[in-house]
Design a protein around this ligand. Structure first.
Ligand code: FEO
Ligand code: CA
Ligand code: CA
Ligand code: CA
Length: 558
């Protein structure tokens, strides 16, 4: 089984011992080194307003629009020149709690709400390596996209009444930008995950079945935006349907600061984790996507045609195509079930394709898709295998073949191979590793796999979020490990700080620099860690990007 073996030719670094994979600062393999880049509050332009973590001097809402946000998650480096020392980093800001961002549990004013909204979204920031150190560069491309940035809709649901409010307010903002994707035409995809938590109700509100399926509640997740911003008040009739404007995959052109971010409705509305785009048969754009909730689904989108030819005709490959949901059969085969209004089962329940896409989860329920243990990232390996992390599911009581543990507190990784070069209707699948099976092996022990990336040599990078095992008496922090699927070996390379997840992964084109993120260090609590400020400084811990290099200048993971 994976993790037991040794002798990998792909991964030859000294593993980070369990005893070192803990504490208030990051730790890394003795063959590697790390540096810190763009913590929350870094000015987008050199000389701009700085937030340094001082709990007494929070940024204003206006200053936050000129700064890197909080909750660093998925990201991608778009090269400038060779890209090995210069590029545009597009980085998601998934979330920050009120306690972390504002220093209080409940917002006391619209200004507080705006600060929180502006800390969310995406940063597009130009970075450059100068004198051996990556830094923010002066740029005419850097920009912040946040909870109040104008956005637009495209694809089959774009004109739907389900995306219009009575107030007639223009669509604004992207929220809970978890993980990401990137396209061969040079754009960034940012995925909206737990958007339901930003909405609440100040008055009488009856939850619709669709609102229930997407997890909306009167209290929300504690942000309290609805207390001061009626757009997020589910009980305000003027803003009915505002909640349908979130839960999409959003396309951003990192090289064009004037571009309006586009929500691509053909990819469906659910709690999008990431969007792994591969080129399938006949040069179609195929996007694999997970819906991260207990018992939710795995999807793929297939463009109608060759992506280059569609673009040449002025059509986005992400606007016209078919959306499928996965059914994993117990015999190791699987089926892709198309979510189309032409299916009589859906025709009986939905008015049109726009409704199918807006309430994707309900359509997938109707087709009998397989309820998975929280699908997080999906990553393509160079041999055509597709991997998906199933992070954990403490509420599973009935095991099935693709989710064989009940309960499943540490998660697992599954893979599949499409029968027809990513455009097929069937696939074969297999379990790669049950995280609990790694716990007796010091170099490999992990739980709650989340971030995932396959490099061109076949290495698989695994990042964790949440429940980690105790090894040799040490409660491990969240971490990053490297797997060699050829030899089934897994080795720990990096650990984050207490209370942070490790997420987001991108490399320079030469793969000699890797960027990963520490999200919610110390869960925002300065008594746990002051990272990246020195321990004991009293500073609020700040989400940061970590720059990783091999001491001998080698390829990361080697
Ligand atoms: Fe934002 Fe499912 O992780
Ligand atoms: Ca995640
Ligand atoms: Ca997670
Ligand atoms: Ca997270």
């Amino acid at each position: 089984a994976i993790a037991q073996a040794g002798g990998s030719q792909l991964i030859n670094f000294a593993f980070l011992p369990a005893a070192a994979a803990t504490g208030p600062v990051p730790n890394i393999s003795s063959d590697y080194q790390y540096d810190v880049l763009i913590p929350w509050g870094t000015p987008l332009q050199p000389g701009g307003p700085v937030y340094d973590g001082n709990p007494a001097t929070r940024p204003t809402a206006e200053q936050q629009t000129q700064q890197v946000g909080i909750g660093h998650d998925g990201m991608w480096l778009f090269p400038i020149g060779t890209g090995n020392d210069h590029g545009i980093l597009a980085i998601n800001h998934e979330y920050g709690t009120n306690q972390h961002v504002l220093g209080k549990e409940v917002p006391a004013s619209l200004e507080d709400v705006r600060l929180s909204q502006h800390a969310h979204g995406v940063s597009v920031v130009e970075i450059k390596k100068t004198n051996g150190k990556w830094q923010v560069a002066k740029s005419n491309k850097s920009r912040r996209i946040h909870g109040n940035t104008p956005v637009t809709f495209s694809g089959p649901a774009a004109g739907s009444a389900l995306l219009k409010t009575t107030a007639g307010n223009a669509p604004l903002g992207t929220l809970n930008n978890c993980s990401n994707g990137k396209t061969p035409w040079g754009t960034y995809l940012t995925c909206e995950e737990n958007f339901n938590g930003y909405f609440g109700a100040t008055g009488q509100w009856t939850r619709s079945p669709a609102q229930a399926r997407y997890g909306f509640s009167a209290a929300g997740a504690g942000y309290g935006w609805h207390l001061f911003d009626p757009r997020f008040d589910l009980s305000n009739p003027s803003y009915k349907n505002e909640e349908n404007r979130f839960g999409w995959v959003v396309e951003i052109d990192p090289m064009n600061p004037a571009q309006t971010p586009v929500k691509r409705t053909a990819l469906g509305r659910f709690k999008h984790e990431n969007a792994e785009l591969v080129i399938g048969k006949s040069k179609r754009a195929v996007v694999y996507m997970g819906d991260d909730e207990r018992f939710d689904y795995i999807y793929k989108f297939v463009s109608d045609g060759n992506w280059r030819l569609m673009q040449a005709r002025g059509i986005s490959p992400l606007d016209q195509g078919k959306l499928y949901v996965a059914k994993f059969n117990d015999d190791g085969t699987g089926n892709w079930l198309e979510l189309t209004i032409d299916n009589p089962v859906l025709k009986a329940k939905f008015a049109d394709q726009a409704e199918v896409l807006t309430y994707t989860r309900l359509a997938a329920d109707a087709l009998g898709a397989t309820r998975m243990d929280r699908p997080e990232w999906i990553a393509a390996a160079p041999n055509g295998d597709i991997y998906c992390t199933l992070t954990n599911n403490t509420q599973r009581t009935a095991p099935d073949a693709p989710n064989p543990l009940a309960p499943n507190p540490f998660g697992h990784i599954i893979k599949w191979r499409d029968r027809n070069n990513h455009v097929g209707l069937t696939f074969k699948w297999d379990i790669v590793v049950l995280a609990k099976d790694t716990h007796s092996i010091e170099k490999s022990a992990f739980g709650s796999p989340d971030g995932l990336w396959g490099d061109p040599d076949g290495r698989l990078f695994i990042q964790t979020d949440g429940n980690q095992p105790t090894v040799n008496g040490v409660q491990l922090n969240d971490q990053m490990l490297v797997a060699d699927p050829n030899t089934d070996e897994i080795r720990r390379i990096f650990s984050g700080v207490t209370g942070s997840e490790v997420t987001g992964i991108t490399v320079t084109p030469d793969r000699r620099t890797m960027f990963v993120n520490l999200q919610h260090p110390g869960d925002g609590d300065p008594s746990v860690t002051n990272f990246p400020a020195p321990q004991g400084s009293g500073r609020v811990p700040r989400d940061s990007t970590i720059v990783i290099t091999r001491k001998n200048g080698g390829i990361i993971g080697s």
